[in-house]
Design a binder for this molecule. Structure first.
Ligand code: BEZ
Ligand code: FE
Length: 307
């Protein structure tokens, strides 16, 4: 043990070739085996990256500044780290590795995104999540949650959140009531829940920070196709985090955060005539029927990206 109390000295770095093994040796002291594996692999891959691209000192400085700017752009109402991870496809990769038999089969899961808030208002099945005047075509959803054998799952708590038809979440828009277009539902004995809302619109992700700079230099548009987010939670089942996309959206194949899979494209059906599902509904209105599959597993809630 040395003067600082660490178990393993890495040694002196004599050449670039020494850098990786010396650092890996120095990090062996962590008691947590998984932490050793994660930190070791991260160092190996990061060193390999610098070697592969022959990283210059100016590029290194730029990268560090980019990371610092991600932190500086993050606050209680905005999470630039989540946005960055989403915009480079990393969130979708992690999602797929952890769902659908470790990415080998289709999954109903999708990335969380930066706009989930805990404590959405509990809302009765069939109730509305429109909490302040919100323009847009009315939408009536009818959903069911089942297990992989198709058996309904009762008592699933389902959080729902979406942007308004102008493409802003309530926390980004002073004209919307707190928690507008957010709600928490509980599935009934038949695994069903539903709610009334407005058809969502696509929207640009926030581009005021370093992620915006990245998109601009890569000549990428900042749009997400219209969608509604869902988070299903019930002890005994893996928490289902997903989004259901509007099927006629022009950005389905170029989602800036790579969240769309075929299983997540919903049937948002337009109705121009006939008996509306409630009184005073003006045509056209839309309906969405969707069946969610929850896999057995551990029910863990993510940390809310914003307050
Ligand atoms: C969202 O759908 O809310 C979202 C996801 C990733 C980045 C930005 C927004
Ligand atoms: Fe969203």
């Amino acid at each position: 043990m040395d003067a600082l109390g660490s178990q393993s000295a890495g040694g002196i770095i004599e050449s670039a070739d020494d850098a990786t093994p010396v650092v890996l040796r120095a990090m062996q002291g962590a008691d947590d085996v998984r932490l050793r594996e994660l930190a070791g692999a991260l160092v190996k891959h990061l060193h390999a990256f610098a070697r592969e691209v022959k990283l210059t000192e100016r590029e290194f400085e730029y990268g560090l500044d980019f990371l610092n700017r991600i932190g500086q752009a993050t606050n209680d109402a905005h999470n630039e780290a989540v946005l960055f991870s989403d915009a480079i496809g990393f969130s979708t990769l992690v999602c797929m590795l952890n769902n659908g038999n470790a990415g080998s089969t289709e999954t109903a899961a999708a990335l969380l995104g930066p706009f989930w808030r805990a404590n959405s208002p509990r809302t009765a099945n069939g109730g509305s999540i429109v909490r302040s005047p919100t323009a847009g075509a009315e939408l009536f959803t009818s959903c069911q949650v089942v297990d992989p054998d198709g058996r309904p799952i009762a008592d699933v708590e389902v959080d729902v959140w979406q942007s308004s038809p102008v493409g802003l979440y309530e926390n980004q828009d002073d004209t919307q009531a707190d928690m507008n277009l957010r709600g928490k539902f509980t599935t009934d004995a038949d695994g069903r829940f539903g709610f009334r809302s407005v058809k969502p619109a696509g929207y640009p992700v926030p581009t005021h920070g370093p992620v915006g700079d990245m998109l601009r230099v890569q000549k990428r548009h900042p749009y997400r196709p219209a969608h509604i987010h869902f988070l299903g939670f019930k002890p005994g089942f893996k928490t289902l985090i997903t989004q259901i996309f509007v099927d006629d959206d022009k950005y389905l194949e170029s989602d800036v955060v790579f969240g769309v899979t075929r299983a997540l494209i919903g049937d948002y059906r337009r109705h121009d005539s006939g008996e509306p599902p409630a009184s005073a509904v003006v045509a056209p209105w839309y309906t969405l029927n969707y069946r969610f599959v929850m896999e057995p597993g551990e029910a863990v809630l993510p940390t809310p990206p914003i307050k």
